[in-house]
Design a protein around this ligand. Structure first.
Ligand code: CIS
Length: 209
């Protein structure tokens, strides 16, 4: 049983348009995963990601026929709020959500590639740190970087993390990582497509929080 394989992204069409409903259904499984990580430190991250998802969903539900793809939402907000955009509404929520999704992608890819601290092979700190440095650090000021350090020290052991991804079942590390690799195929394509959309629409911001 694999949590990841139960919640895979679908293949994208040739134009890489992302179906809003399917995207929201898939990412909605992320917040509850933080409850399996065994520390309250993760509640701040859970609530941030959940807030992003709720915000995008609220816009989508106003007019599902109009907002079939994520790009439909971002373009509609550009037209409706030219002065504030892209720091507004679902455009801002998706900008941050995609960074969290990129973090997860790099973390899982690093584990799947077998990157590890040879002295402490059951820790995932090298993998978490790599993901943080590549996906999030440049958007964080010193205070949030300190929250990261606290979260890093609360990170679960690799064996517990992989067990949580296997819905609490004891699964051999290699079998679990095979599922991670399979999950990453459509996941990576989807996250890349969100990043490409932000780049093509000139919707990316690089302010720090
Ligand atoms: C396993 C160890 C993990 C350690 C993780 C360490 C991560 C880094 C910790 C940083 C703390 C972040 C605290 C929050 C910071 C926010 O201030 C910041 C900015 O927020 C944005 C809001 O989102 O601010 C905007 C205003 O400027 C807006 O207010 C915006 O909200 S809006 O627009 O909606 O109103 N936010 C961030 O920096 C984003 C932080 C994201 C962190 C992601 C970390 C992910 C860790 C994941 C670990 C587990 C991996 C699990 C893998 C798979 C899960 C399986 C799930 C099931 C299947 C899913 C299918 C997809």
């Amino acid at each position: 049983m694999s949590l990841l394989l139960d919640n895979q992204f679908k293949e994208l069409p040739p134009d890489k348009a992302i179906d809003t409903k399917l995207f929201l259904e898939t990412v909605s499984h992320i917040p509850s995963f933080f409850d399996c990580l065994g520390s309250n430190v993760f509640s701040v991250i859970k609530s941030d990601i959940n807030g992003n998802i709720v915000k995008i969903k609220a816009v989508y539900l106003k007019d599902p026929a109009k907002y079939v793809t994520l790009q439909d939402i971002v373009e509609a907000e550009r037209e409706a709020h030219p002065a504030e955009w892209p720091k507004v509404g679902a455009t801002l929520a998706l900008m941050w959500l995609k960074r969290g999704l990129r973090f997860i992608q790099i973390l899982l890819q690093s584990l799947a590639d077998g990157e590890r601290d040879e002295e402490n092979p059951n820790l995932i700190r090298v993998n978490v740190t790599k993901a943080y440095e590549q996906a999030l650090k440049k958007y964080h000021g010193w205070l949030v970087q300190k929250i990261f350090i606290v979260a890093l020290h609360a990170a679960p052991y690799k064996s517990n993390f992989l067990k949580a991804l296997s819905k609490g079942e004891e699964v051999k590390e290699e079998d679990c990582l095979a599922n991670v690799r399979q999950f990453l195929v459509t996941y990576t394509v989807t996250v890349d497509a969100v990043y490409d959309m932000y780049s093509n629409l000139n919707a990316e911001l690089d302010y720090t929080v």
